[in-house]
Design a protein around this ligand. Structure first.
Ligand SMILES: Cc1cc2nc3c(=O)[nH]c(=O)nc-3n(C[C@H](O)[C@H](O)[C@H](O)COP(=O)(O)OP(=O)(O)OC[C@H]3O[C@@H](n4cnc5c(N)ncnc54)[C@H](O)[C@@H]3O)c2cc1C
Length: 417
């Protein structure tokens, strides 16, 4: 049994702590917030979606970027005031849009996504955790034939790699989700991944943290980290506002902030914050609100039914670490939702939120060992942190224990950069 300190209590840090504790380690978690899951894991899209394992960097993106240029409400915006790190990151992102790289990147992420989904289902059954989960799969809808044919091509690639996906026509989509009836004339078809699930990542994180605490994990909340100290090739401790904390092993799960604390140690990983928005509305009409998870590929929005709430999330904005809510972009998300599901929810009670996705240029997380012998990374989960959380937590516990993970993690380490 070793002492392990996990830095960060988002969905990734808490999942790591759970699997480390389950393996018998003495675990502590440090976070600056007053509770777990209060930053990027707070109000995300809710999809646990192996079918989203297609990275953002893919061959359709460069043309879309040109079309969206200058539009304040575009799904993706680069701010010209951004820093050199963003431009360097952006060039790597564009390089990953080449078709062969995009395919290799799906291959990198999909096995972990499928595994993680299965581990989440198993963990849910074992612990009885409730997080407004639903398991009717995820339906991706398309509004023109070209998009549908891209979607169907992707579905074929993913199916070949083990993710069950079927292609539907417009009527098939409405049969699966009757709340889409109002938009029937705008939907030409869709793809459905029946094994995907959805749920509230924050509720999951907060409740899993309670399970962890019952297993003996110590949470040091309200504890901002200042720096990680190193001597003779080993981490010697983590200096915080509340003093120094030490352990045998350290796991960095600081989301978008991870690179800032790794750089002084000589470790550079291209994780950059990609701001996204969500809007959560109380459902006012059972008939008009979807009950299953939906992805609207045209508007790059995802929908999750979380109990009596409807969550819609999306957009990406590259603006350093600024997590302020831009009313134009937030309103674009709400308008998109109201156009697809009119009268589904109470607009006047909409809750707006923005979070910073810790995104790598290839869309895959950074999991594994570092050149510093007792320092490990579990970060950079970008658009898929909730999807990949349980698998990544289990994998990092295995790596620290010197065990071979159950899932292929080829190409997920920091050495690929
Ligand atoms: C709009 C939006 C929609 C999304 N939708 C989905 C989705 O549908 N499905 C999906 O799989 N993923 C989705 N994601 C992505 C997912 O939310 C993230 O990948 C995930 O939350 C990242 O988790 P994390 O634990 O790495 O980061 P975080 O949740 O940000 O956790 C990092 C923790 O580190 C702490 N920390 C940082 N710096 C310090 C410091 N100096 N001292 C102490 N503590 C510190 C923070 O307080 C935080 O709690 C979405 C993201 C956004 C923004």
């Amino acid at each position: 049994m070793a002492k392990v300190l996990v830095l960060g209590a988002g969905v990734i840090g808490v999942s790591s702590a759970y699997f480390l504790a389950r393996a018998g380690h003495e675990v502590a978690v440090i976070d600056r917030q007053r509770g777990p899951g209060l930053e990027t894991s707070y109000a995300n899209g809710g999809h646990v979606a192996a079918s989203h394992a297609m990275p953002w960097a893919n061959p359709t993106v460069p043309l879309q970027l040109l079309r969206w240029l200058g539009r304040e409400d575009a799904p993706l915006v680069f701010h010209l005031n951004a820093d050199a790190a963003m431009w360097a990151w952006g060039l790597r992102f564009l390089a990953n849009c080449a078709p062969w790289r995009a395919r290799a990147n799906i291959r990198r992420v999909l096995p972990l996504a499928l595994h993680s989904r299965a581990v989440l289902k198993e963990l849910t059954a074992k612990t009885g955790l409730e997080y407004d989960q639903q398991s009717r799969g995820i339906l991706h809808i398309f509004r023109d034939d070209r998009e549908l044919s891209h979607g169907a091509e992707r579905a074929t690639v993913m199916s070949e790699m083990g993710c069950e996906i079927s292609v539907l026509d417009g009527a098939g989509c409405v049969a699966l989700e009757p709340a889409l009836a109002a938009a029937r004339d705008r939907i030409v078809g869709g793809v459905h991944s029946p094994g995907d699930i959805s749920g509230d990542a924050y509720k999951f994180t907060a409740r899993l943290a309670e399970v962890c605490a019952e297993m003996g994990v110590v949470f040091r909340l309200g504890t901002p980290i200042w720096r990680i100290s190193k001597m003779a090739g080993r981490v010697t401790g983590v200096m915080t506002e509340r003093g120094m904390f030490t352990a045998d092993h350290y796991v960095v799960a600081l989301g978008s902030y991870s690179p800032l604390y790794l750089r002084p140690l000589g470790i550079r990983i291209p994780v950059y914050p990609a701001k996204g928005y969500s809007v959560t509305l109380p459902v006012t009409s059972e008939a008009k609100a979807p009950t299953m998870a939906i992805t609207d590929d045209t508007h790059k929005l995802v929908y999750s039914r979380l109990g009596d709430r409807l969550r819609v999330a999306g957009t990406a904005e590259f603006d350093r670490y600024n997590s302020d809510i831009d009313p134009v972009r937030a309103d674009a998300v709400l308008r998109g939702a109201m156009a697809l599901f009119p009268e589904a929810g109470e607009e006047a009670e909409a809750q707006f939120w923005a979070g910073l996705r810790p995104l790598t240029p290839d869309g895959a997380p950074v999991i594994g060992a570092t050149p510093i012998s007792n320092l490990f990374l579990n970060t950079g989960h970008g658009t898929l942190g909730w999807t990949l959380a349980c698998g990544s937590g289990q994998v990092i516990a295995d790596i620290i224990d010197g065990q071979t993970p159950e899932v292929d993690i080829e190409g997920l380490g920091m050495e690929r950069f």
